[in-house]
Write a new protein. Sequence first.
Length: 326
Amino acid sequence: MTPTHLRRRHVLLGGLALAAGSSALAQQDYPSRSIRLVVPFAPGGAADILGRILSDRMAPMYGQPLVVDNKPGASGHLGAQLVAKAQGDGYTLLVGTIGIHAAYASYRKLGYDPAAELQPIALLGESPNIVLVPAASPYKTLADLIADAKANPGKITYATAGAGSSVHMVTLLFERMAGVRMTHVPYKGSGPALVDVISGQVNVMFDNMSSGLPHARGGKLRPLAVTSAARDKRLPDVPTVAEAGVPGYSGTSWFTLAAPRGTPTPLVQRLNQDVQKVLTSADAAAQLDKLGITFTPNTPQQAAEFFQTETAKWNRVIEAAQLQLD
């Protein structure tokens, strides 16, 4: 190798070392400014509640604000795409759901690839959904609703947090397994959807427990069933969908924290560990329990593997329902 080539090699290696050192230093100083926590749904839903739990507890830990930024639209994909296209430096994060990470096949013209462009940090929790009707609804049981839906296809309206959202997916699974057809009324999050269910403008909603449970306990909505395989301890007298007339039915919602793909592995691991510290703390664990969300410590790799398993499951539902949203 000539002296000129040696000089060039030394300059290149020196540059790479400097870049690596700068990256390591940036991670060591993280965070040095506020973090944008994108919640791709309207305020009031489960994803929004979880985002605020993280924000309230991680901001004091970091000495920097975690600013919750609600970006509803396209069943969460508007906000998710914003994060996917952001710089992978840990300053733009996403609270995600089934619709974003596992049921995106219902959209064929997305401007991004969720599996390729979003890096899982952690599963934030899993929760059953509650089948809710207005307090004045004529449906006293899930069997009542099923009977009317079979007798009058399309008559019953159901609200969701958006087409392709977790709320939508568990309802589609119910329609398929119960052999009924209802009319979908999508919203930009559970918050506004619940308002119209409570007022009676929409007949039913298979809402996330975290956002629906307070209204069920407060008497504004009547719970007919839970979507999990077993009864939930928070509503012990409410049967499962399987018990109430749809044998074998089971579906839950889950929530995630993700970053743009390319976020350095050490930073992803640190964020994962910090999330676990927050969600296993006594006060956060108690709040999650009240919301009906179960958090199990997990690694970014375990989260990624879970995404793959759930994607296969919900792709079967999307195919059976011939669901195309664009």
